[in-house]
Write a new protein. Structure first.
Length: 158
């Protein structure tokens, strides 16, 4: 039987590398993926390269961190589907800042099996699908920011 944890880590490494190569900001931010599956993505971000003039997490980095966390989940689903020439954009996004980030961060996004199945079904039948995702950004054990975004995935034009 396959080792699903090992496969998940292989995909996490592959998706993390792709994101950091395709989106240079992610590399500069030191974005990382700690866990990845069809319905869950958990990511990490150090405070150091993402600090503002007050010594706390820069708002732009928090927004980007939430967006990249959700993007990871979309990319994973496209990867396991072997969806040809995937094209993913964020159609809209917003962040609510709840408290200052003073330490390294983690984020997570989770969707239900039903949401994941509907996204995949629509993508396979129509070649395009959108999904609403929400990520919590956590530092020092507290939710410091909430990110919400709408992602659109489709087959790229040639």
């Amino acid at each position: 039987m396959k080792d699903l944890a090992k496969d998940s880590q292989v995909y996490a490494n592959k998706i993390s590398k792709k994101i950091c190569e395709d989106i240079p900001l992610a590399n500069f931010m030191e974005f990382g993926i700690s866990e990845l599956g069809q319905t869950l993505a958990k990511t990490t971000l150090p405070l150091g390269p993402n600090v503002n003039h007050l010594g706390t997490g820069f708002g732009g980095s928090l927004y980007s961190f939430g967006a990249l966390t959700c993007y990871s989940l979309v990319l994973y689903n496209l990867e396991i589907l072997k969806f040809p020439n995937p094209y993913v954009v964020i159609a809209s996004g917003e962040v609510k800042y709840l408290q200052a980030v003073r330490e390294n961060m983690s984020a997570s996004v989770m969707i239900s099996n039903k949401e994941q199945e509907q996204f995949v079904k629509t993508l396979q039948s129509k070649g395009v699908a959108k999904i609403n995702l929400e990520a919590n950004i956590i530092s020092s054990g507290n939710i410091c920011a909430e990110f919400r975004g709408v992602y659109v995935a489709k087959k790229a034009r040639r």
